[in-house]
Design a protein around this ligand. Structure first.
Ligand code: ADP
Ligand code: MG
Length: 432
């Protein structure tokens, strides 16, 4: 019989890295989520060569104490879970306690931090799992973490990465979602030294405008509705603002970006009669429901969630969205004040149809019986095939300069000019 070997930690971490860290975008995600968990209000993300050469994330969060720097790199080291029961009530984003260990096993990672209120900053470098010494460095309060030469010691993984542009657009997509999902945090994102996207932490309208351009607000309904204990808020595109792919769909369940088939199909069914084949609704949607009604530990990257009761979730979303699209009277209570651009169009959309009340009743009924019909399978397979197809490769939603309310300007220098906005220099003080 073959001998059973206990893997040494270097090998183990590299295997774990394959799971958690499959491409540069996942490193950006882990770093940025750590910043968010650390209470950062400003996060700056810089990448070079699609993140293969460099990923640098700087934040103004609480920082890491000198005595904790080394443990941050240990597998199963986390300051976020103490007991297993904590898993039930976990509110933070990252909680496997192995992201840094995994990333540091396949890159050169430098963690620099000045703990809140501390006089001095320290840095620790870990290359391919080998930790260096802790040395003093100069840094404002907060943390800066860099990953260089990602996958330098796992050539197989390196070979399977996309082109620099391809990896870059994965990261840009991710950063857009970080901006949308954390509208109270100011983000700055630069690619190969050029500033690409900047938000100021001024709320959802501003975040949506930062990512898609201000004109988009007027082409959406702004929702804020609660149904069956499920709160639904954010922007859904008017039918004439349909998109050719799903890149323009962002769903956040209890604050976490997910791709979820229950909610996805509730939305596409609600839009079904308004859109042609291969047209997809635009949305930036936040669905909040009681923590105990959601299991967030179903996916290694936390990219999906499981609901205690799919039907209730489906029904709530379907009925709110379709009544807004159908222009039911009840939609009035769901539609929050809209974006500034075209109130008139909204009024029309909401009032035009008068016979829609009955439709709502029907649609809610249909929603309830939905899981029993064959429709579900065909819709789910639609969704799956859409995700398997090339659509996922489509470039990120770059900010449309022509749609921009001239608030943010993009410059080759990497400096972002926004003279009118005092928040524009929020990053200026970050470093010492
Ligand atoms: P997890 O996030 O699951 O706890 P990680 O490996 O991502 O595990 O991080 C390990 C630990 O390092 C975190 O629990 C946290 O204490 C510390 N840490 C990492 N990044 C930061 C940061 N930007 N600010 C403050 N602490 C951080
Ligand atoms: Mg983490």
């Amino acid at each position: 019989m073959a001998k059973i070997n206990i893997l040494d930690s270097g090998v183990y971490n590299r295997i774990a890295a394959g799971e958690v860290v499959d491409r540069p975008a996942s490193v950006v995600k882990e770093f940025a989520e750590n910043s968010i968990d650390a209470g950062a209000k400003k996060i700056s993300i810089a990448i070079e060569r699609g993140g293969k050469d460099l990923i640098c994330v700087t934040d103004d969060g609480e920082g890491v104490e000198r005595s904790e720097l080394a443990s941050a790199f240990l597998p199963h080291a986390t300051s976020k879970i103490r007991r297993a029961e904590d898993l039930e009530a976990i509110g933070t984003l990252g909680f496997r306690g192995e992201a840094l260990a995994s990333i540091a096993s396949v890159a050169k990672v430098c963690l620099r931090s000045r703990f809140r209120g501390a006089e001095d900053a320290y840095e620790l470098t870990c290359i391919g799992g080998k930790m260096g010494d802790i040395v003093p460095c100069a840094l404002g309060e907060g943390t800066e973490i860099t990953a260089e030469n990602l996958f330098f010691n796992t050539p197989a993984r390196l070979k399977f990465l996309k082109s620099d542009k391809g990896e870059e657009s994965e990261i840009t997509n991710l950063v857009s979602r970080l901006v949308l999902g954390n509208p109270d945090i100011a983000f700055r994102y630069s690619v190969d030294g050029k500033s690409v996207l900047q938000s100021f932490g001024g709320g959802l309208d501003e975040a949506v405008a930062a990512v898609y351009g201000g004109a988009v607000l007027g082409r959406c309904y702004k929702l804020d509705a609660t149904k069956h204990g499920i709160r639904l808020r954010g922007y859904i595109g008017k039918p004439d603002f349909a998109k050719p792919n799903r890149t323009y769909q962002s769903l956040f369940v209890n604050g976490r970006y997910v791709i979820n088939s229950t909610i996805g199909s509730a939305l596409s069914n609600a839009y079904a009669s308004y859109l042609m084949k291969r047209q997809y609704p635009f949305y930036v949607l936040f669905v909040d429901l009681p923590r105990e009604a959601v299991d967030v530990n179903v996916h290694p990257n936390k990219a999906d969630v499981r609901f205690e009761n799919n039907q209730v979730v489906y029904g709530a979303i379907y009925s709110v969205v379709s009544s807004v699209l159908d222009g039911n009277a009840s939609a009035l209570e769901f539609v929050a004040e809209t974006g500034p651009a075209d109130d008139d169009v909204r009024e029309q959309a909401v009032f035009e149809k008068t016979t829609a009340e009955a439709d709502l009743e029907n649609s809610v009924k249909n929603a309830g019986g939905f899981s029993k019909t064959v429709q579900k399978d065909s819709i789910l397979s639609d969704i799956n095939s859409a995700f398997d197809s090339k659509e996922r490769e489509i470039t990120a939603p770059r900010p449309r300069e022509d749609l921009f309310p001239r608030r943010i300007e993009f410059h080759d220098s990497g400096a972002v000019a926004s003279a009118a906005d005092p928040a524009a220099d929020v990053f200026a003080e970050n470093k010492r």
